[in-house]
Design a protein around this ligand. Structure first.
Ligand code: MLT
Length: 419
C-alpha cells in the first residue's frame, strides 16, 4: 500500500482493507513489474537455525552440516541429537541420549488399545495421527507446555515411543501379533525388530536392512518450512502440546502432494506397468496438461536442481536392489522413467528432477513394508525435525500465535434485501 501511495502513477486506493489489497494487487500485477505473493505475511515465514536449503544449487544442510556428509558419516540418532540439541553428540553424550530413549521405548500401559481400536483397513496415517494425539492422555504428568522439564520429558517420550506405535500399526494392519520392545537393541534395530520380528537364531535385524532404514530416516529428518513443519509451528504457536502439534503435522504429511507422494510413486509405477505403451504413453499423458496426469516423485517447490537427498536414496536403492535375488521390476521401471524424463526437454526446461519420494517406495517395498506404511516411515524420520521446530518456536521470545494474513477476493458489501 505504501508503495502504491508513493508512486504518482497509481491512484490511492480506497475502501476496506480487503478490497484495497485486492485492487492494489490487480493494479501492480497488471504492470508486469511486480508479483505479489499472497503468502506474504503468512505466519509460516519464520527465522530458523535448523535447516538451510538452496534450491537452485541443490544444497541441504542440517545446522550447517551437508546432508551428504550426515548420510555417509552419521547415524539417525546422532542427527536427532543434532536437530534437537544443536550439536552432533560426543560419544558419551550419544550413549546417554540412546539410554534416555531406550528407557522410554515401551508404550504406556493400556495405550495399545488406542491403536487396536481402529477398524481393519484403516489407513496407517489415520491411526498414526490419532495415536500421537492420544499419547498426550497417557503422559498427563508431562502435559504442561510452559514447564521446561515436562516439555523435555514429553519430547523424549514421543521420540522414544513413535517406533513402537509405527511398528504396532504395521503389525495390526497386516493381522500379525505385536512384538514387544527389546531394550538390548539400538533405536532403529528395535523398530525393525518390533516391525518384522526376530529371525530364528539372529540377534537382531539384518545389518543391511538396519543401515538402509537408518539412512532413510536420516535423509527425512528435516526439510525446513514444508507443509507439515509449518503446520507443527502454527499449531505449536497457540501453546498446544508437542503431541497435539506433531499429530497435526502427521495429518499434513498424509496428503499425496507431501509425504503421501512415495506411496503415489509406487502406484504410478504399477499403473505404467499395466498401461499399453508403458513409459512412452505415460510421458505423453503427463505432457498433455489437459489429462492432469502427474509424474509423481518429480519436481519440488524449492529445488530447481537435483534434490541432494534423491542422489543418496538412488545409491541406496541400487545397493539394496542389486543384491542377488532382490530384483524388482518396479525399480527397473523407475530407472527407465527417470532416464526418459531427464532426456526430454519438457521436464528439463521445467527443471523437474527426481525428488526424495521417487526411489524411497521401491526401497521400502524391498525392506518388506506395505505401500500404505510408506508415509508412516516418512513421519518417523521427520519427527526430530518437527520436534526441533516446535522447541525453537517455544524458546523464541518473539513468538506470537500464528495468524496468517488473507487477501479477500470476494464481492464487496451486498444487501440481503436486494438479492
Ligand atoms: C519434504 O521433505 O518435506 C518434502 O520434500 C516437501 C517439502 O519440502 O516441501
Amino acid at each position: 500500500l505504501r508503495f502504491a501511495d508513493r508512486d504518482a502513477s497509481f491512484p490511492t486506493a480506497t475502501g476496506t482493507e480487503g478490497e484495497t489489497a485486492f485492487e492494489i494487487k490487480t493494479l501492480l500485477s497488471g504492470t508486469g513489474l511486480v508479483t505479489i505473493d499472497p503468502g506474504f505475511g503468512n505466519t509460516a515465514a519464520c527465522r530458523s537455525d535448523i535447516t538451510y536449503i538452496d534450491g537452485a544449487a541443490g544444497i541441504l544442510r542440517y545446522r550447517g552440516y551437508p546432508i551428504e556428509e550426515l548420510a555417509q558419516q552419521a547415524t539417525f540418532l546422532e542427527v536427532c541429537h543434532l536437530l534437537l540439541r544443536g550439536e552432533l553428540p560426543k560419544p558419551g553424550q550419544l550413549d546417554a541420549f540412546a539410554a534416555e530413549l531406550t528407557a522410554q521405548s515401551a508404550l504406556p500401559e493400556g495405550f495399545e488399545r488406542v491403536i487396536d481400536a481402529f477398524p481393519s483397513g484403516t489407513h496407517p496415517m489415520i491411526t498414526l495421527a490419532a495415536a500421537v494425539n492420544a499419547l498426550a492422555a497417557f503422559h498427563t504428568e508431562n502435559a504442561d507446555p510452559t514447564d521446561d522439564d515436562q516439555v523435555e520429558r514429553a519430547t523424549i517420550a514421543l521420540l522414544a515411543q513413535l517406533p513402537a506405535i509405527a511398528a504396532r500399526i504395521h503389525r495390526t494392519s497386516a493381522g500379525l501379533e505385536p512384538v514387544a520392545t527389546d531394550s538390548s537393541l539400538a533405536y532403529v534395530e528395535n523398530f525393525l525388530n518390533m516391525t518384522f520380528g526376530k529371525t530364528e537364531g539372529e540377534k537382531g535385524p539384518d545389518p543391511l536392512l538396519a543401515k538402509a532404514m537408518d539412512l532413510l530416516l536420516t535423509l527425512h529428518a528435516d526439510h525446513e518450512l514444508n507443509c507439515s513443519t509449518s503446520t507443527v509451528r502454527v499449531v505449536g504457536s497457540s501453546g498446544a502440546t508437542v503431541f497435539a502439534s506433531v499429530a497435526a503435522g502427521i495429518n499434513a504429511l498424509s496428503g499425496p502432494l507431501h509425504g503421501g507422494a512415495n506411496q503415489a510413486v509406487l502406484e504410478m509405477l504399477e499403473q505404467i506397468q499395466n498401461t499399453e505403451g508403458g513409459i512412452d504413453t505415460f510421458i505423453e499423458q503427463v505432457k498433455d496438461r489437459e489429462s492432469k496426469t502427474r509424474l509423481m516423485g518429480f519436481g519440488h517447490r524449492v529445488y530447481k536442481n537435483f534434490d541432494p537427498r534423491s542422489r543418496e536414496i538412488k545409491k541406496l536403492a541400487q545397493e539394496i536392489l542389486n543384491q542377488p535375488g532382490a530384483n524388482d521390476p518396479l525399480f527397473d521401471l523407475a530407472l527407465q522413467l527417470e532416464e526418459r524424463a531427464l532426456s526430454d526437454s519438457y521436464f528439463v526446461d521445467r527443471k523437474l528432477y527426481p525428488n526424495v519420494d521417487f526411489y524411497t517406495g521401491v526401497i521400502y517395498r524391498a525392506l518388506g513394508f506395505s505401500t500404505e506404511m510408506f508415509t508412516v516411515l516418512f513421519a518417523l524420520g521427520r519427527l526430530p525435525g518437527w520436534l526441533a521446530h516446535w522447541h525453537e518456536l517455544r524458546k523464541d521470545p518473539d513468538t506470537r500465535i500464528a495468524r496468517p494474513r488473507q487477501l479477500y477476493t470476494g464481492p464487496a458489501q451486498r444487501s440481503v434485501a436486494a438479492r
